[in-house]
Design a protein around this ligand. Structure first.
Ligand code: ZN
Length: 232
């Protein structure tokens, strides 16, 4: 009965791909397979010399970093991230997080991580947007990777100005003291996986990792949905 109702509902109100607008089939959620598989993969999910790892060399002592997909201008991924940020599409963030989570599990990356922590938004910004997009990506990853999510222990207490027009140095000055760690002893001997939506200069996530490393004895790794190389 319920299935018949949902089939009927779908007939009149078909679910559509967030990128191309075509109807989704029953196995698809938020984005159809065609669009999903057109998003360029980095193929460096288990490479410790990857460009994403190199960003952090000499800056912060993390275990490992990975990004799932390349972020380029006018791409499917840019369009989807735009929907997530400005059109209230947190379910889309969750699905992309699941997609990344399954790629990472397949690559065998971050298997020994104990907890997933998204880069926090300042509470005022979170209230304005309605949610933290990195948190919803992290939720999807947690679901696929079977690693618990924590959103209470790392906090953002400074509402940094927008980063987009700043260079690496300015971005770092902007965020270096924006984060704080609550109850540091909760992290004892843990391996934390920090999550962001896009890594560009890495300044924001570096500030989070530094706080965690300076205030706890935890190990820290980093994963993001997308990597925007500076020449893209
Ligand atoms: Zn599509």
């Amino acid at each position: 009965m319920l299935k018949a109702f949902s089939d009927l509902f779908n007939l009149f109100f078909p679910r559509k791909c967030n990128h191309c607008g075509n109807n989704l089939d029953k196995t698809e959620t938020e984005v159809n397979k065609k669009c999903l598989f057109e998003i360029p993969k980095t193929y460096f999910l288990s490479d410790s010399d990857s460009p994403v790892n190199k960003i952090f060399w000499g800056r912060v002592n993390i275990e490992f970093a990975a990004a799932g997909f390349y972020f380029t201008k006018r791409s499917i991924l840019q369009n989807l991230l735009h929907h997530i940020k400005y059109y209230n599409k947190k379910e889309l963030a969750f699905e992309l997080g699941r997609f990344l989570g399954s790629e990472l599990s397949e690559a065998g990356s971050f298997k020994d991580c104990d907890v997933i922590i998204p880069v926090p938004l300042h509470p005022a910004k979170k209230k304005k947007r309605g949610y933290n997009q990195s948190e919803w990506i992290a939720k999807g990853m947690s679901d696929k990777m079977h690693i618990p999510l924590n959103t209470n222990l790392l906090n953002r207490h400074v509402n940094s100005k927008t980063q987009t027009k700043k260079n690496r140095e300015e971005r770092w000055e902007n965020v270096r003291s924006a984060f704080s760690v609550d109850l540091p002893n909760q992290f004892t001997k843990k391996h934390i996986l920090l999550i962001d939506d896009v890594i560009t200069t890495g300044a924001t996530i570096e500030a989070c990792a530094s706080q965690l490393i300076n205030h706890t004895d935890a190990k820290v790794s980093i994963a993001s949905l997308a990597y925007a190389s500076s020449d893209s």
